[in-house]
Design a protein around this ligand. Structure first.
Ligand code: URA
Length: 230
């Protein structure tokens, strides 16, 4: 405790002794001051950026998380997937899309001749919302700049928003997934397409067919952008 805090504490304790009455005084008022994580414009590698933000407590999710889930994959990827937020398994392991939905994403990637090492995978939120509820406005406001900085460092040629919530959040729209699928959006200067969240495909296998159509287009766009389409 600083000298000033000690003086204030002593003053309040004396006042209480003389006048009585309930008075709330935190045990250590300094420890309650949480530093806000600020972005530095100079950070120029993904791992340095992870170090810079991994202890973020800018929203309430910071205090309930087990792990900050920064993102994973190729730091120079041309294709980047953006999910909604870590789930239980991701929160436990600190890696995005490692649960059942993640396994399905791996299988879909394999079907278009890609692996996790070819792409980058991140989420709009880096910390798990309790009971996997939808992201809140203030959480998005705090966390989206982290995603933007990741995109600035990775420089993908194509972004894929996985699921309605991710797409609606990033595009600031209430449009349905059906309305968004098949369009190419501009997300802060990078082309972005929208498809089903793998977890939705596990819940509703009827969507696997249209999702496969989306992923074939994603593969073609990716190859076109790399100048590799035969
Ligand atoms: N769902 C998401 O949106 N992201 C994950 O990382 C896992 C499940």
């Amino acid at each position: 405790m600083s000298d000033k805090s000690k003086q204030i504490r002593t003053f309040v304790e004396e006042e209480l002794e003389i006048f009585g009455g309930p008075l709330y005084m935190p045990e250590n008022s300094e420890s309650q001051q949480v530093e806000t994580t600020q972005l530095s414009s100079e950070t120029n590698s993904l791992s340095a950026f992870n170090d810079e933000i991994k202890d973020c407590l800018n929203c309430s999710l910071g205090s309930s998380r087990n792990n900050f889930v920064f993102g994973a994959g190729n730091p120079n990827a041309d294709l980047m997937f953006v999910g909604e937020a870590p789930g239980e398994r991701e929160d436990m392991e600190g890696v995005p899309f490692v649960g059942r939905a993640g396994k399905l994403l791996d299988d879909i990637l394999k079907a278009i001749n890609l692996t996790r090492d070819d792409v980058y995978i991140a989420n709009v939120l880096k910390c798990r919302p309790p009971n996997n509820r939808d992201p809140k406005k203030d959480e998005i406001e705090q966390c989206e700049p982290y995603l933007l900085k990741q995109i600035e460092l990775i420089k993908p040629k194509l972004l894929v928003a996985l699921g309605r919530i991710s797409a609606q959040t990033l595009l600031r729209t209430k449009d349905s997934l059906t309305a968004m699928r098949g369009q190419v959006f501009d997300y802060h200067g990078t082309d972005m397409v929208v498809t089903y969240h793998p977890a939705a495909l596990l819940r509703n296998p009827n969507w696997k067919r249209p999702a496969w159509e989306d992923f074939k287009k994603i593969r073609d766009m990716y190859l076109d952008k790399r100048g590799e389409r035969a």
